[in-house]
Design a binder for this molecule. Structure first.
Ligand SMILES: [Cu+2]
Length: 430
């Protein structure tokens, strides 16, 4: 903390464009009537901390009562699944960027540095901030030029699930978005035991080209928190816990996110917590572009329950158009696979299905092949994506999890506790 403070102090002393980096004086606050005085740091949270599987949280320091975050936009190399990485633009080392977590009433100062080769500005999506903080380059602020800094500062009287993003359209499609959670001042009437957050994104990347085509209208890499299935870390839940899952979408497509095994309540939107009379019971929520939803349910049914986008093309990895004539090879071998859509594979090259997987005479059946070469045990990559959260899954589980998919694991207490032990041993991630 000391080092971090000192580093931050030095960083601030270097000066910047935009606002003064010091705490606003009382006189300045008085000039901004819609900015209440900073609240004292809350002693306790009003809910569980929000895990964002596969993403970090943005650390902060305090300057008096002001929470100070350092946010950096920069090129990142994001591994979607083992063996497949894309050259994206993100924040602080990842795309999407880290979670900004704060409380209703907090005053936030976000010291933003642009390490991209072109101008940018950061928009706080859904947050009621002063116009000069709204992050629309050339309308509400000058663009933040390459190598330059801008300091955003505002007091937030909201609670719920929000996000930040570049307000340059094409930059959004290269990954520049990150989540924000504002905990309520008063606890919600219904407390949850688990509170997860997933950011939904999509990329169009040709085989062997690590830079996505930001002009594409069709996408072949679908991610949750920057990972594609089966590299998405399962959401591990103890039997009978009450679970919240926050979903955020910013891309070109809406995603119908479906949960197996449960009817859930939609308890919040990008407009914040909804009154209980407005809660809607569903098992699929169509998360539109620039929307957020909070889902809640009681994990009363044990099992490995899929949570996934239900668009068929969003349930696979690296879908690519056929090159050359389509072949329909019913037997083993690569020859039949070379021309198939969806075949570039989960681990950098498909493997033939096992004996008996394909019926004799399959070539005579119009429509063959569809999934025979994608969803078979030889496509599993359990070991490559093994982590504490995958402990105890059945063999070859990973061939079932591709694209915008993850697993909600509702586990008996002993298995849940075992995974917590493994997570702690793996580096205190429990
Ligand atoms: Cu989708």
């Amino acid at each position: 903390m000391q080092d971090r403070r000192r580093f931050l102090g030095q960083a601030l002393a270097l000066g910047a464009g935009g606002l003064s980096l010091r705490s606003p004086t009382p006189a300045r606050r008085a000039m901004a009537p819609n900015q209440p005085a900073p609240a004292a740091p809350p002693a306790t949270t009003t809910g569980p901390a929000v895990p964002v599987p596969d993403l970090k949280k943005l650390p902060w320091t305090y300057d008096g009562a002001v929470k100070v975050f350092r946010l950096v936009a920069e090129p990142v190399r994001q591994e979607l699944i083992p063996g497949k990485a894309l050259d994206l633009w993100g924040f602080n080392g990842s795309a999407p960027g880290p979670l900004i977590e704060a409380h209703q009433g907090d005053r936030l100062r976000i010291v933003f540095d642009n390490h991209l080769p072109e101008p940018i500005a950061i928009h706080w999506h859904g947050l009621e901030v002063p116009n000069a903080m709204d992050g629309v380059a050339s309308l509400t602020q000058p663009p933040v030029l390459p190598g330059k800094r801008f300091v955003y500062e505002f007091t937030l009287d909201q609670e719920g699930t929000y996000f930040y993003h570049s307000h340059m359209a094409m930059q959004e499609m290269l990954g520049l978005i990150g989540p924000i959670v504002l905990h309520p001042r008063q606890p919600y009437s219904t407390a949850v035991d688990q509170d997860f957050l997933l950011v939904l994104q999509e990329y169009a990347a040709l085989p062997n080209n690590p830079v996505p085509n930001t002009m594409a209208m069709e996408f072949n890499w679908l991610t949750m928190n920057g990972k594609s299935g089966p590299a998405t870390t399962p959401l591990v839940v103890r039997h009978n816990q009450r679970v919240k899952i926050r979903l955020i979408n910013l891309g070109m497509d809406a995603h119908p996110i479906h949960l197996h095994g449960f009817q859930f309540w939609i308890t919040g939107t990008e407009g914040g917590r909804q009154p209980e009379s407005n809660w809607i019971r569903r098992n699929t929520v169509f998360v539109g572009v620039a929307q957020a939803f909070d889902l809640e349910f009681h994990a009363t049914h044990l099992g490995e329950w899929m949570l996934h986008c239900h668009l068929p093309h969003h349930m696979m990895n690296h879908m690519a158009s056929p090159v050359g004539p389509m072949t329909r090879h019913a037997g083993a071998g690569m020859a039949g696979m070379a021309g198939m859509a969806g075949m570039a594979g989960m681990s950098g090259g498909g493997k033939a299905p096992p004996p008996g997987w394909v019926a004799p005479g399959a070539n005579q059946v119009p429509g063959f092949p569809q999934d025979a070469y994608m969803e078979n045990p030889n496509m599993a990559m359990d070991q490559a994506v093994a982590k504490p959260e995958t402990y105890g899954l059945p063999p070859d589980w990973s061939e079932a999890i591709q694209g915008m998919m993850t697993i909600v694991r509702v586990l008996p207490p002993d298995l849940f506790d075992k995974i917590q032990e493994l997570r702690a041993a793996a580096g205190g991630r429990a």
